[in-house]
Design a protein around this ligand. Structure first.
Ligand code: HEM
Length: 396
């Protein structure tokens, strides 16, 4: 069924929910007449697309262009993908990320200090700029062994890569300013990583993520190490930054939920997961239809066409979630698609959850009486979250 959805407008970024509802009502497989892409709107079909990596591939999408063809996020062949992903799997287990708790807690407290002071002085503070945006970047930089002096470059680089990821697929990749900025960031990261790899080859024994891939049993060449490390530097921060923003906004909109998690911190994990279901960061994934085209729910999708599992729709699928448009932290737990599904599901999910728990716990402990104090500005539809998030102390 044809549907006209302007994925790229400011209005859609700011408030996608009326369009999400309209698409759910229109049907499970929609053809976006504006872009030519096909969109699936149910949880079941989104899962089917994400797991069928033979018919719906990630290779050839913009992911491959931004990180390089050798990054496992953009590889569909399971054996090659799994071989590379396995190098870092140990670093993202529950025990391994739990060891980062003291470091993340200290970082959160250090970043909240000036925020608290300014709020007490009566200022309105942009919490995205002062805390949410940078903290996850600093954490992944720390894990990769990127020195302090480069940490703000990591934020800058990943902002540039992120801006290209939310452009229309037909944006001119040779001339569009956001693509040119993304290539520059990609090359700068590559240059930095080239030096970091050379240093580690000469100085073995390090435990950071770059050392782990440099000295893996596979003896990988530099271009493979660079593509994979570039993907990690990026994937590990912008998404988490946006999730933190969504949580801060949700807890301001719903003082009852905020009071509940303050009274009973054990509710925190389920509250965070429910925010992810209700307002996912990755609102849409992207895959390509394979040779011969593919059939889904009786709809033929021609070869090479883009297929978007719309996570924003799937996470509010009324056949899976009761009263899906309501944030309900006590709903029966079911996994949602916010961290993906199947072979390419998020490697960093445990780290992202730990970061969110620590940051929100520290924020509520120190500034329980904050409120959103101005317009929250969202960046885009596909990878969506607050880019400006003004908060102030509640007036008593
Ligand atoms: C709230 C935070 C995060 C969200 C919402 C998120 C979401 C996602 C999603 C939806 C995917 C799958 C995309 C697709 O199939 O098209 C994914 C993949 C991935 N994520 Fe995350 N992510 C988050 C944090 C992180 C962190 C902290 C890291 C690492 C430090 C990370 C590393 C990755 C990697 C490497 C992949 C590719 C996995 C593969 O292809 O095997 N992510 N993430």
């Amino acid at each position: 069924m044809d549907f006209d959805f302007d994925l790229y407008s400011r209005d859609t970024a700011q408030d996608p929910w009326p369009a999400i509802k309209a698409m759910q009502d229109a049907g499970p497989v929609l053809h976006n007449v504006r872009t030519g892409a096909y969109m699936v709107t149910t949880d079941k079909l989104a899962r089917a697309v994400l797991t069928d990596t033979k018919r719906f591939t990630i290779e050839g999408t913009a992911v491959t262009i931004r990180f390089g063809r050798e990054a496992f996020f953009g590889i569909d062949d399971k054996a090659s993908h799994d071989k590379l992903r396995a190098i870092w799997m140990g670093a993202f287990t529950r025990n391994a990320v739990e060891a980062l708790r003291p470091m993340i807690t200290q970082l959160a407290d250090e970043m909240i200090d000036p925020v608290q002071e300014r709020l007490r002085a009566g200022e309105v503070v942009d919490l995205e700029a002062e805390l949410c945006r940078s903290l996850p970047a600093y954490v992944i930089a720390h894990m990769m062994g990127v020195p302090m002096s480069y940490r703000d470059d990591v934020v800058r680089w990943s902002d540039a890569l992120g801006a290209a990821s939310v452009l229309p697929a037909n944006a001119d990749k040779q001339t569009h300013p956001a693509w040119l900025a993304a290539y520059k960031a990609r090359d700068e990261i590559g240059e930095y990583l080239g030096e970091a790899i050379a240093h580690r080859r000469k100085n073995p024994g390090g435990t950071d993520l770059i050392s782990q891939i440099v000295h893996s049993q596979h003896n990988l060449p530099d271009n493979v190490i660079i593509s994979n490390s570039r993907q990690m530097l990026y994937a590990g921060n912008e998404t988490t930054a946006k999730w933190l923003g969504h949580i801060v906004v949700a807890l301001s909109e719903r003082p009852d939920v905020r009071a509940e998690v303050i009274a009973d911190p054990k509710l925190m994990p389920q509250a965070l997961e429910e925010v992810m279901r209700w307002r996912p960061v990755v609102m849409a994934s992207v895959r390509l239809a394979q040779p011969g085209g593919v059939e889904i729910e009786g709809v033929h999708i021609p070869e090479g066409k883009t297929i978007m599992p719309l996570v924003g729709c799937a996470n509010r699928d009324p056949t899976r979630y009761e009263d899906p448009d309501t944030l309900n932290i006590h709903r029966k737990f079911q996994t949602n698609l916010g961290f993906g599904f199947g072979m390419h599901s998020c490697l960093g999910v445990t780290l992202a959850r730990l970061e969110a728990q620590i940051v929100i716990e520290r924020l509520l402990a120190r500034i329980p009486d904050y409120d959103v104090a101005g317009e929250v500005i969202y960046n885009a539809f596909a990878l969506r979250g607050p880019k400006v998030l003004p908060i102030a102390l509640q007036k008593h």
